[in-house]
Design a protein around this ligand. Structure first.
Ligand SMILES: Nc1ncnc2c1ncn2[C@@H]1O[C@H](COP(=O)(O)OP(=O)(O)OP(=O)(O)O)[C@@H](O)[C@H]1O
Ligand SMILES: [Mg+2]
Length: 264
């Protein structure tokens, strides 16, 4: 099992869209995939078309139970089948209150790692992070084998990238997760027509300097919002669209043997 955290402290860069689309693209490649909604806003849960009722369990149920007992309850009680090979661990706004309780817990950065360690039957787990560097994101970076960073190639994108790389460095050096790798960057909402976009892309590539790969580019498309509104992945909603093909290519790049070895 490999755990990939989809993270950027900047908001609205395509983390949730990327988690859903990549999860579906990896599942279509025959992998068993779990996507985890770690954002109390629950955007991934909504984009997956899942509406939780009062009695339904969510990530908060697992966290609260673990905090109270140090035991992980059966994950299957909380997951939803979205598409063949693709499951969701959903979230409600209650996760925000749970984050508060998490602050008081011993080894508070390791709670998600413990929960995900009990999800042995998946080949890949993708975590959709909130747009902030708080304890939830720290839990994701502690649990993950690798981080994938979506970036919009616009003014100040590189600054967000520096903040993210610093956070990753801190997690490595503090030994929360010394083996955390950067799988790469994905450029999202790319508008190839503007010279500003082209220039920023070159700046980002120059900044990364070949040390961190750009795994792919996803153009701006209204289909991203349409798929979310339909509660489906872009691969199911519009499988032949440019957006679906871009995410399939990124899934392929992510599965390349050389890339896998880099964070095995
Ligand atoms: N390639 C794209 N083209 C056009 N719109 C997109 C694209 N990818 C995502 N979007 C839209 O941009 C908005 C933000 O995307 P998304 O929610 O995936 O970002 P996020 O980084 O998860 O945001 P947040 O930081 O709030 O969690 C959404 O309305 C989404 O539908
Ligand atoms: Mg999001």
């Amino acid at each position: 099992m490999r755990i990939v955290s989809i993270s950027n402290q900047k908001g609205g860069v395509g983390k949730t869209t990327t988690t859903m689309a990549l999860g579906a693209a990896l599942a279509l490649r025959g992998l068993r995939v779990l996507v985890v909604d770690l954002d109390p806003q629950g955007s991934l849960t909504a984009a997956a078309g899942v509406e939780l009722g009062d009695g339904d369990h969510a990530l908060k149920t697992l966290m609260s139970h673990y905090l109270a007992t140090q035991q992980v309850p059966p994950l299957a009680d909380c997951t939803w089948l979205l598409e063949e090979g693709l499951d969701l661990l959903p979230t409600t706004i209650d996760l925000a209150a749970c984050e508060f309780a998490l602050h008081q817990a011993p080894r508070r950065e390791y709670v998600l790692a413990k929960i995900l360690a009990a999800t042995g039957s998946y080949d890949r787990v993708l975590i959709d992070c909130p747009p902030s560097p708080g304890l939830l994101t720290q839990n994701a970076l502690t649990a993950a084998d690798a981080v994938l960073i979506p970036l919009v190639p616009e003014y100040l994108a590189a600054r967000g990238l520096v903040g993210m790389l610093d956070a990753i460095d801190l997690v490595r050096r503090s030994e929360l997760n010394a083996k955390l790798a950067v799988a790469g960057v994905i450029l999202t909402m790319v508008d190839p027509r503007t010279s500003h976009g082209r220039q920023t892309r070159e700046e980002i590539a120059g900044f990364l300097g070949g040390r961190i790969p750009i795994l792919g580019e996803v153009k701006r498309s209204v289909k991203a919002a349409e798929a979310a509104a339909a509660g489906q992945s872009i691969l199911r909603y519009a499988g032949r669209s440019e957006l679906a093909r871009a995410y399939s290519a990124i899934a392929e790049a992510l599965c390349a043997p050389s890339r896998e070895a880099a964070y095995a």
